[in-house]
Write a protein that binds this ligand. Structure first.
Ligand SMILES: NC(=O)c1ccc[n+]([C@@H]2O[C@H](COP(=O)([O-])OP(=O)(O)OC[C@H]3O[C@@H](n4cnc5c(N)ncnc54)[C@H](OP(=O)(O)O)[C@@H]3O)[C@@H](O)[C@H]2O)c1
Length: 293
């Protein structure tokens, strides 16, 4: 018999996983996994290894499994496509072989679409343009076919409070000017909206889109973030896909939800909250810094 918990978060060392872990731990029993970035009480799991997934799911029996793990960087998937398929697609198969819980919630992406006919709702037909998107489409399909009780949550442009913020902020400071596209529009998801809505998502099955209102070009969103977070990053605006190299990119990808009957937090409100939280952390840490560095 394994340990029974409310939630098992696969990928709890990542951006979204670490935030979910922090919030859910306040009210529920939660175990999280990592692959390469170990953290206290975290369990190791490599989705690409059936044995590793078997070990994990023999030891832990969650009521709900939240899957936010995998290869998520577009360029990395493009340069190592075989590995991307093993981790992102075979990983689902490995989980389904050993998961005995009540619900599986799998996080997916707007990269399942090509961006040619946005906005996309849950009924829109996926058409990925790169390996990352293709692995996610295949993972979604395999999951919903084999386990129709599952839920696929598509999010886009995750932002918000995370233990990894410090790294993110220093990247903004160091990589100035930030080269951003002015006509590559997409949606953005405030991670605390995911945490807040998780329990109401649990009874749902199939595909749901979870994004904030409106659409922003990458340049607009970065300028907004710099303004609200009082960061002094210089944003250099360029046209179209010039800001990217390597893998094919979708031409923007605004998502809308036909299924969620609630308006999520607008970006300026969310960024204001994030600014306050960052300042609070800096003051508590007492190292005299500020978010401007
Ligand atoms: N970030 C975005 O803007 C965005 C946009 C749209 C959709 N999404 C989706 O949202 C979800 C979460 O994204 P994120 O940005 O939080 O991802 P992330 O920060 O890259 O985290 C990925 C997680 O997966 C783990 N992982 C990597 N390879 C693994 C393997 N072989 N076996 C098991 N675990 C492995 C990582 O562990 P280690 O770090 O310990 O190796 C980490 O915990 C993903 O499904 C992503 O596709 C994200």
């Amino acid at each position: 018999m394994g340990i029974k918990v409310d939630y098992l978060i696969l990928g709890a060392s990542g951006v979204l996983g670490s935030r979910l872990m922090e919030v859910l731990c306040r009210t529920h029993s939660v175990i999280g996994t990592y692959n390469t970035h170990a953290f206290p009480d975290g369990l190791h799991c490599d989705l690409g290894s059936e044995q590793s997934v078997k070990n994990l799911l023999s030891n832990v029996q969650p009521r709900v499994l939240i899957h936010v793990a995998g290869m998520t960087r577009t360029e990395e998937c493009e340069s190592s496509p075989d590995e991307a398929y093993v981790v992102n697609v075979d990983g689902i198969r490995h989980i389904l072989s050993y998961f005995r819980g009540h619900k599986l919630v799998f996080f997916s992406t707007d990269s399942v679409f090509d961006g040619e006919s946005a906005p996309y709702d849950e009924d829109s037909q996926p058409a990925p343009v790169n390996v990352y998107g293709a692995t996610k489409v295949q993972a979604e399909k395999s999951l919903l076919q084999a386990a129709p009780y599952s839920l696929v949550v598509r999010v886009a442009g995750l932002y918000g409070w995370s233990k990894l913020n410090r790294e993110f902020l220093s990247r903004i400071r160091q990589s100035s000017p930030l080269v951003c596209s002015t006509d590559h529009f997409s949606s953005y998801t405030w991670m605390d909206d995911i945490c807040r809505l998780l329990s109401s998502l649990e009874p749902m099955t199939g595909v749901v889109h979870l994004v904030g209102p409106g659409r922003y070009s990458r340049a607009e969103f970065t300028q907004l973030a710099c303004r609200f977070l009082a960061l002094q990053g210089e944003v250099r605006s360029v046209k179209g896909l010039e800001a990217y190299t390597g893998a094919s990119r979708k031409r923007g990808s605004t998502l809308v939800s036909l299924r969620l009957r609630t308006t999520l937090t607008p970006a300026p409100n969310a960024l204001r909250k994030l600014h306050d939280r960052l300042h609070e952390e800096v003051n508590l840490a007492g190292y005299g810094g500020n978010v401007n560095g």
